[in-house]
Write a protein that binds this ligand. Structure first.
Ligand SMILES: [Ca+2]
Ligand SMILES: [Ca+2]
Length: 182
């Protein structure tokens, strides 16, 4: 059981690695995480020094610190795919929950560009575009993430799927496809 569910989680984590390693050099560093924040902020026209961007940079740095610590490296070092997967899967549940909560709250502030406290399909598709997810895939997963069917993602719906993506092992969880098909 652990093996089958572990495979799914490893595939998801590997997918998040690919979204960070845009040049395909096979390692990721903190600057790759920061570049991803810049791409997301740029997609929404949010300046990199705006409070939402700063919050997202901070959340990313904290997550990175947990990640490198988990594999015995320092924040200045790069991680290979194996180290990245090993790191994310060995962070304690409690820590990963904390890191993902901070990250998803910060991300929500950037993606909710009209600031109506909900993420619309269009906003979600733009988030996907910043991460290289095809619009049809993002639109499709949005529909299913919108569990209460009101046409928008609440903070809870967004946070839950974000957590499911990074930490969940349920093969049926919709959050598994947060950044595209796996
Ligand atoms: Ca919105
Ligand atoms: Ca909803």
């Amino acid at each position: 059981m652990a093996v089958a569910s572990g495979d799914l989680r490893q595939r998801k984590i590997a997918k998040s690695f690919e979204a960070l390693d845009v040049t395909g050099r096979g390692t990721v560093s903190l600057s790759d995480l920061e570049d991803q924040v810049r791409r997301i902020a740029a997609e929404f026209g949010v300046p990199v020094d705006a409070p939402q961007s700063v919050k997202l940079f901070d959340a990313d740095r904290r997550a990175w610190q947990e990640l490198v610590k988990a594999v015995g490296k320092s924040p200045e070092q790069e991680l290979t795919l194996d180290e990245y997967v090993q790191g994310v899967t060995s962070i304690r549940q409690q820590e990963i929950r904390k890191a993902m909560t901070q990250y998803s709250e910060a991300l929500f502030e950037v993606v909710d560009s009209d600031r109506n406290n909900k993420i619309s399909k269009d906003e979600f598709v733009r988030y996907g575009r910043a991460l290289g997810v095809p619009a049809d895939e993002a639109g499709n997963v949005f529909q299913r993430m919108d569990v209460d069917g009101d046409g928008e993602l609440s903070r809870n719906e967004f946070a839950r799927n974000m957590y499911d993506f990074f930490a969940g092992t349920d093969a049926k969880a919709i959050g598994n496809e947060l950044i595209g098909r796996i």
